[in-house]
Design a protein around this ligand. Structure first.
Ligand SMILES: NC(=O)c1ccc[n+]([C@@H]2O[C@H](COP(=O)([O-])OP(=O)(O)OC[C@H]3O[C@@H](n4cnc5c(N)ncnc54)[C@H](OP(=O)(O)O)[C@@H]3O)[C@@H](O)[C@H]2O)c1
Length: 274
């Protein structure tokens, strides 16, 4: 073990489940938790990347890893994940699997948007539903939900993605209070731009993106201490400055921010042929 964070192992160990562990923020959480001495269940669709990460974490930190390839948009896969981990003393869930879209909704494909709602919202709900009771039974545990700086107001040109993150943010805030008496900590992590595969998938231009490690470190420091954490300076700055504005004013500001982040050269066939 290269470094230990006694608080994390004591409060949430010995096992943690990290979804979206093959890349980006989920992978950064996995590295941070392994360095803190937690054993890990690594979940995503790309099994070779998960196996590579498992070997790295076992070699560097001496922790145990279990690889679970799964498409979490499928709720049956979420149920299987709960079953497959039933023999492990899991006390922490980091629900980092997710993706975004951007651009005018009229240019979007409905099946992509509904798939995003399925993964970002319904699957996260199912993960919480399966693991929450287990954590409550052991009287200690934690859940990390991936919100966003876009979760707090309507967001033109990423209207539906922001709506999925508003769902996650609201779910986390409610569960934080419901589960506190059960010993289960819940946090919504609402980062600004982070340098991961997310921006390419979402077709977003993200200048001055922060490293994913910042999200993992800052979020795990705040778990059990706060309801929402805003990793990254842009998320913090927007949070402070927008807090003083009415909701319509927040949408006006975020409209300008999104103009710089959404550069779509071509309208898709759906629009051109209409
Ligand atoms: N990056 C940012 O700027 C940013 C800012 C705010 C919030 N967030 C949120 O942070 C979360 C993680 O994003 P990221 O930046 O780490 O993106 P990323 O680098 O694209 O990673 C996404 C992860 O989710 C997994 N995943 C995607 N679809 C999946 C599915 N159907 N089933 C299982 N796993 C799936 C991917 O693995 P496979 O492809 O192997 O399945 C990958 O491990 C998302 O919820 C995102 O909304 C990101």
């Amino acid at each position: 073990m290269s470094s230990t964070d006694g608080r994390l192992v004591h409060r949430y160990g010995p096992w943690a489940v990290v979804t979206g562990a093959s890349d980006g923020i989920g992978r950064a959480f996995a590295r941070h938790l392994a360095a803190s001495g937690l054993n890990l269940v690594l979940v995503a669709r790309r099994e070779p990347l998960l196996r590579q990460l498992a070997a790295e974490l076992q070699g560097n930190h001496g922790v145990s890893c279990r690889v679970v390839p799964a498409d979490l948009a499928d709720l049956e896969a979420v149920r299987r994940l709960a079953d497959i981990t039933g023999d492990l003393d899991v006390g922490l869930l980091v629900a980092a699997a997710g993706f975004g879209t951007s651009g005018p909704l009229l240019d979007a494909e409905l099946d992509v948007e509904t798939a995003m709602a399925g993964l970002n919202c319904t699957s996260v709900l199912a993960q919480a539903w399966h693991f929450g009771p287990r954590f409550a039974r052991r009287g200690r545990g934690g859940m990390v939900f991936m919100s966003s700086l876009l979760a707090f107001h309507g967001t033109p040109r990423a209207a539906h993605y922001a709506a999925t993150k508003a769902y996650v943010q609201t779910l986390a805030e409610g569960l934080r209070v419901e589960w506190a008496p059960l010993g289960v900590d819940v946090i919504a992590s609402a980062p600004g731009p982070i340098a991961t595969g997310f921006s390419a998938r979402a077709n977003l231009q993200m200048a001055q993106a922060m490293p994913a490690e910042v999200v993992a470190r800052v979020t795990m420091q705040a778990l059990g201490r706060r309801t929402t954490v805003r990793p990254g300076w842009l998320s913090k700055l927007l949070g402070w400055s927008l807090a003083l504005l009415p909701r319509w004013g927040q949408v006006m500001v975020i409209t300008q921010v999104m103009k710089g982040m959404t550069v779509h050269q071509e309208r898709p066939a759906r629009q051109r042929s209409a």
